[in-house]
Design a protein around this ligand. Structure first.
Ligand SMILES: NC(=O)c1ccc[n+]([C@@H]2O[C@H](COP(=O)([O-])OP(=O)(O)OC[C@H]3O[C@@H](n4cnc5c(N)ncnc54)[C@H](OP(=O)(O)O)[C@@H]3O)[C@@H](O)[C@H]2O)c1
Length: 248
């Protein structure tokens, strides 16, 4: 079950947090994991540790908000490893402010990385996956994209956009055997959520029915399922992984 042997998986934002968790899980499941982000040192240390633990991995520095850079990276990965079977668009940032104080630059930056980055990745892999007549694309959205959040208009818009993007891509690519799904994580312990005060964390936990903050491995397990052959009849869906925080 959920075996990724002989698959090449590209994971963006694999240098830390949820992306690193997915890289570890996919590697244990047998995939060659191509780790992509901007910071070479962090990426190298993740890829080295996957290899040290018996997995197959490589790393590529790339800013996913540049279509040219992302296309070139994917070309290089295919040249080096023969194919791309799985793409996880996970790279993301937040720049929080109330709308009236949010600069145009902060709006554009978050949309460019979180939403345009995923578009760039899908555009770059779709031609390859169409030729293979197989593929799995997973976009990491957020519960904030489902319910909104004050101070996160840019982030929420990018994450809601990913859900529409996933559904449209799912409909376009389904006839070629490619599935496209989104995962909407709730509150997951990573650097992104590290700034929140202990008091705010305790308040948050009271809103999570399962009574705990999530870990990168919680998201990685769902991503592994959606990437597997067993999920071949699931496309265009958003899987919420949040301890029950949002039930709609
Ligand atoms: N943590 C949560 O509670 C939570 C909840 C819902 C959704 N999410 C989503 O899950 C994803 C991962 O979040 P995380 O918590 O693991 O965040 P994180 O620890 O801040 O990691 C973000 C990753 O994205 C990469 N990245 C950022 N900008 C990039 C760019 N322009 N090009 C390529 N890579 C880039 C970073 O690497 P470099 O700096 O090396 O580029 C890093 O590896 C994000 O999309 C986030 O929105 C997180």
């Amino acid at each position: 079950m959920f075996d990724l042997t002989n698959k090449v998986a590209i994971i963006t934002g694999a240098s830390q947090g949820i992306g690193k968790g997915m890289a570890e899980t996919f590697s244990k499941a047998g995939a060659h994991v191509a780790c992509v982000s901007r910071n070479k040192d962090n990426l190298k240390s993740v890829a080295d540790s996957l290899i040290k633990n018996g997995g197959a991995a490589s790393f590529y520095t790339c800013d996913v908000s540049s279509l040219d850079a992302f296309q070139n990276t994917i070309k290089e990965i295919v040249e080096n490893h023969g194919s791309v079977d799985i793409l996880v668009n996970n790279a993301g940032v937040c720049k929080d402010k109330l709308i009236m104080r949010m600069s145009e630059d902060d709006w554009n930056k978050v949309i460019n990385i979180n939403l345009n980055g995923a578009f760039n990745g899908i555009k770059a892999v779709s031609q390859i996956m169409i030729k293979q007549r197989a593929g799995r694309i997973i976009n990491i959205s957020s519960i904030v994209g489902l319910i909104g959040n004050p101070g996160q208009a840019n982030y929420a818009a990018s994450k809601a956009g990913l859900i529409g993007l996933s559904k449209s891509a799912a409909k376009e690519l389904a006839p070629r055997g490619i599935t496209v799904n989104a995962i909407a994580p709730g509150y997951i312990a990573t650097d992104m959520t590290d700034q929140i005060t202990d008091q705010a964390k305790e308040n948050l936990i009271t809103k999570i029915p399962l009574g705990r903050i999530g870990s990168p491995s919680d998201i990685a397990a769902s991503a592994l399922f959606l990437a597997s052959d067993e999920a071949g009849y699931i496309t265009g869906q958003t899987l919420t992984v949040d301890g029950g925080m949002v039930m709609i």
